[in-house]
Design a protein around this ligand. Structure first.
Ligand code: MN
Length: 483
């Protein structure tokens, strides 16, 4: 994917100055493309000097399927009436890079020629005013373009743009419906497609059963070898173990699911333990492995979380740490060590694991099916966040809580599921209270590599409300805001 780089100027200064503007902006683009952590190619566009050119360049960005967004920089003053026509058709994410070619004021030599070139300080304000007046959704990044801070912020924004580009074309497959009677995992799929772009397609679980049963045995055996090479295996799923056939069925499930999703172009999916007719076990290991390969997932029919997990995986691609479907499982209220234990029946993504996961096969209390196989591991400690999209009726709301992740203080020998502990910010009581007031779900995307700033951007560009609960949150202000 690419990002267009738009440089704003005007004809006032003459061709020599405009040539210098073009050269300077090309040097900035080259430097940004040389920064290894910006995960898209930034494409320089000819300097914009009038309304027609602005319109045509933004129209080209909108028409280019490979273009995920635009960066604008006002090198000189660029009278903003010339941006109205173009900005009025912009739907892709915009980053206003409020930077200046030279970092420092050259006190000894600064003259009017220099001032004709270095006008971001007022030119960017003119542009910012027009964006505010038009209601253009944008991210503003201020600082010198060569600084690590600015490049880091830009990289984060590019990742959001890539996530949104992917989400606008995403297809989510649902096997069965929502878990009966559950409110927060349901919602308006038509409004979701209008807001986020993704489509949600329902299937009877029998369609999946057909694919699972059709998987050839040699593929199952090949995948069993891969499991052996990748994970530790509990005794009962080793080749001579009494649950080996259960592991073989898990491999078959993974292959059948993969076939189904690939054939239909689906990058996220849901299932529900209430609708498994014809499947021998609830997909656990299969779901974990698919999430590990980049698919979004939501349990119990939770299509909003499935889509969010996929989008955040696209945003975080290539970064250390992971993104997983997650559930607030149970609490630890010990004074001074308060924490939430996060897990699910089975379906936590190994991208958040510390150490080598272990495949185990145990009974599951619900669903009435054969003992499912699952990867068991602890999540990696460190800064993280939980994000939840909820349907409030008239609109969607993104609720985000930054957390400090940590490994469980002791073994959990009788709870053989993947898990992680975290302390919500700013503290357990405030974080959880804020989440409850905001109406956040018990299902989330738990992320170790997406920042709160990026999710605020994501909410901005999808046009939804964002409630951020972080280290600065004051409960009284949050309550007053939520009403
Ligand atoms: Mn659940």
């Amino acid at each position: 994917m690419t990002i267009y780089f738009l440089t704003g100027s005007q004809h006032l200064y003459g061709s020599e100055t405009l040539a210098q503007v073009a050269e300077n902006s090309q040097r900035i683009v080259a430097a940004l493309n040389g920064a290894a952590d910006i995960p898209a190619e930034i494409i320089w566009q000819p300097v914009l000097t009038d309304s027609d050119l602005v319109y045509r360049t933004i129209r080209a960005a909108e028409a280019d399927e490979q273009c995920a967004g635009v960066i604008t920089w006002m090198h000189t003053f660029s009278p903003a009436k010339m941006w109205i026509w173009g900005l009025s058709i912009l739907r892709k994410p915009l980053c206003h890079l409020h930077t200046q070619f030279h970092r420092d004021i050259p006190y000894g030599t600064i003259d009017m020629d220099y001032m004709n070139l270095h006008q971001t300080a007022h030119g960017g304000r003119e542009f910012g005013h027009m964006c505010a007046k038009l209601g253009v959704r944008r991210r503003v990044i201020v600082g010198h373009w060569a600084s690590a801070q600015v490049q880091g912020a830009l990289s984060g924004w590019v990742r959001v743009a890539l996530g949104i580009a992917s989400e606008r074309r995403m297809k989510v497959a649902r096997f069965g419906d929502n878990m009966r009677h559950v409110a927060v995992t349901d919602g308006d799929k038509v409004s979701a497609q209008m807001t986020f772009g993704y489509q949600v397609d329902g299937f009877g679980v029998g369609d999946l059963v057909e694919r699972v049963d059709a998987v050839a045995d040699d593929r199952v055996n090949g995948l069993l070898e891969e499991y052996q090479a990748t994970y530790d295996l509990a005794d009962n799923v080793l080749p001579d173990g009494d649950r080996r056939d259960h592991l073989a069925y898990s491999a078959r499930l993974e292959l059948g699911l993969t076939d189904f999703l690939e054939e239909g172009g689906y990058t996220a999916f849901t299932d529900t333990f209430e609708d498994l007719h014809g499947l021998r076990q609830l997909p656990g290991l299969a779901v974990q492995r698919l999430m590990g390969r980049g698919y979004g997932f939501g349990g119990e029919g939770d299509w909003k979380t499935a889509a969010l997990v996929r989008t955040m995986k696209v945003m975080g691609e290539g970064l250390p740490g992971g993104n997983s479907f997650m559930e607030d499982y149970t609490y630890h209220f010990e004074p001074g060590a308060e924490a939430v234990l996060g897990a699910h029946m089975l379906e936590i993504c190994p991208s958040i694991a510390v150490g080598k996961p272990r495949i185990e096969c145990h009974p599951l209390g619900i669903g009435g099916k054969a003992d499912p196989c699952r990867l068991v591991f602890d999540g990696k400690a460190g800064p993280a966040l939980n994000a939840s999209v909820v349907d409030m009726g008239a609109s969607f709301r993104l609720v985000v809580n930054t957390v400090s992740g940590r490994q469980p203080a002791a073994e959990l020998p009788k709870l053989p599921v993947a898990r992680i502990l975290w302390e919500p910010q700013p503290d357990m009581a405030t974080g959880v209270t804020g989440w409850i007031y905001a109406g956040g779900a018990h299902h989330t995307c738990f992320s170790q590599n997406i920042g709160a700033d990026q999710l605020v951007d994501y909410a901005t560009f999808t046009g939804i409300e964002c409630v951020l609960i972080d280290e600065h949150t004051k409960l009284s202000e949050l309550r007053a805001r939520l009403g």
